[in-house]
Design a binder for this molecule. Structure first.
Ligand code: F6P
Length: 490
């Protein structure tokens, strides 16, 4: 099987659309958020897709009720049809699943964010949230997949991300021959760090994923950590040369496919009237040199240290006062989780502190914008002199691929060595250690004083890489993996 249409069941917590009502009371489908959903959206144009996702809004729940729990027909922006099956989880179970276990527990663990001298405490509440939240929601997803597999037994199932570690095993137990793939979009930590979780939980995570025929990661680093952890924590037989892990009488292929973006979509956006208007506005008030960061307000993004680094840069370069500014465009994220809402406070305090030290008439060193403004970010992509990505850990970081595509000022990418994107773009970026604020300050200086020729060469190299390795290639590579494993078992 090669390029033809396939039957696919895509499973992710967030769906491609979420429903609401417009001012006139009419139902409207709004585009679901996040890089994953954007990346997967093109699947529906080329394949017969049933997409299973959580019902997020009240209107989503009404859709589920009206569909009797089954799928509804949806039309993508390009006119392609797909089936959408929203799962209306028990609301309390979903709260435990999303706000207690997935984020922060698993997310914090997988980005090394716990301060182990103090947090976390795995108490009764956490265990309860695991049993009655994470397990329950994974069971509901597995149930929906099994019902869809009854309708289309040949469909391949694509699970995505850390919300769904248990679902593959739950499906496998009842559909032993199903073709299952799981793609993990966030880092896989080293085996010892998984010991933050009690044995039954960390084992369930690894065994759950190991029930898949293909397990995908963005980088070799996360792939190797997975093979090591699968062997140490779940007793899988890992073959590092073949990149397989055998467990429970099955062999999983463990692959690396770095996610990417659709350059054509960004080219189109860059020329759209709304982006041009936002760009004109930014251009009219921008400092001579613009250091840009675009992130969700997530502790893994290392925003507070980024501001400290900028402060150190300003300390060392008085000649740049009044001429350089950092623009932080931050999308509010997961605000029902105390660790996340507190982080927004820390970010605001730090920006304020730095601004209070340096600000002068007509110059605010850090401009902090906390709102969901994707088009405003796209406008800023065109305008930066330095793109600053200092994540503590990041599965990929798509900003570091999107923004250089559109930049018009030969901007320089400063990139954390712990962002997945570094494995691909590291040669052309200025590499920083996310904890080394002094090094980050130096990188800002180096970027701002780099000769024009070198800046252009580096930016062009990033662009050609991203254009050559786009999201269509990411998807094709995964479909080719499915062919490899079905040829092996078929
Ligand atoms: O990186 C993993 C991911 O699921 C992304 O796809 C997405 O952009 C982000 O996390 C958003 O998370 P949430 O669904 O919690 O808003």
């Amino acid at each position: 099987m090669g390029a033809g249409r396939r039957k696919l069941i895509v499973v992710s917590n967030r769906g491609p659309v979420t429903f609401g009502r417009d001012e006139g009371g009419e139902r409207v489908a709004r585009r679901g958020g996040g890089g994953l959903v954007t990346a997967l959206r093109s699947l529906v144009s080329h394949h017969d897709v049933t997409w299973i996702a959580s019902a997020m809004s009240g209107e989503d729940r009404t859709v589920v009720e009206q569909a009797g729990g089954g799928a509804v027909e949806e039309t993508a922006r390009d006119g392609s049809r797909f089936r959408l099956r929203l799962v209306a989880h028990d609301e309390t179970a979903y709260d435990w699943f999303y706000n207690v276990v997935s984020n922060p527990m698993l997310w914090f663990l997988q980005h090394y964010l716990w301060e182990l001298a103090y947090t976390p405490s795995i108490d009764v509440a956490l265990k309860h949230a695991w049993d009655e939240g994470y397990v329950r929601v994974n069971e509901s997803f597995a149930e929906a997949v099994l019902e869809e597999l009854e309708l289309e037994p040949d469909a391949a199932v694509f699970f995505h991300d850390y919300h769904l570690y248990l679902a593959p095993k739950l499906v496998r137990e009842r559909a032993p021959d199903a073709l299952l793939a799981h793609f993990v979009h966030i880092p896989w930590p080293q085996p010892d760090y998984w010991h933050v979780l009690p044995d039954p939980i960390r084992r369930a995570v690894h065994e759950g994923v190991l029930a898949s025929d293909v397990i995908g990661f963005h980088t070799h680093r996360w792939r190797l950590n997975f093979l090591r952890a699968a062997s140490d924590l779940a007793g899988a037989d890992a073959d590092f040369a073949a990149s397989t892990a055998s467990w429970g009488g099955r062999r999983s292929l463990v692959t690396v496919h770095p996610i990417s973006v659709d350059p054509a979509e960004f080219d189109e956006l860059a020329g759209s009237e709304r982006v041009l208007a936002a760009e004109r506005e930014l251009a009219s008030r921008r400092p001579e040199k613009l250091v840009l960061r675009v992130d969700r307000t997530d502790p893994s993004k290392n925003i507070v240290r980024g501001f400290r680094a900028f402060e150190l840069y300003l300390d060392a370069h008085v000649e740049m006062h009044g001429r350089v500014g950092m623009l932080a465009l931050l999308d509010p994220s997961r605000q029902d989780i105390p660790e996340y809402s507190e982080y927004v406070g820390a970010v605001q305090r730090e920006a304020r502190r730095v601004n209070d030290r340096f600000q002068q008439d007509g110059w605010t060193p850090i401009e902090l914008v906390i709102e969901d403004d994707f088009l405003g970010s796209v406008a800023a992509y065109k305008q930066f002199d330095v793109l600053f990505v200092n994540a503590i850990f990041d599965g990929m970081n798509l900003i570091s691929k999107e923004a250089p595509l559109l930049n018009e000022r030969d901007g320089v990418l400063v990139l954390s060595e712990n962002a997945g994107a570094h494995e691909e773009l590291g040669d052309w970026a200025l590499t920083v250690n996310p904890f080394d604020v002094a090094g980050q300050a130096e990188a800002i200086h180096r970027a701002l004083t780099m000769p024009a020729g070198e800046r252009r060469e580096r930016l062009e190299a990033i662009r050609s890489h991203v254009r050559e390795h786009d999201v269509a290639g990411w998807i094709e590579a995964q479909l080719a993996d499915l062919d490899r494993v079905s040829a092996r078992v078929g």
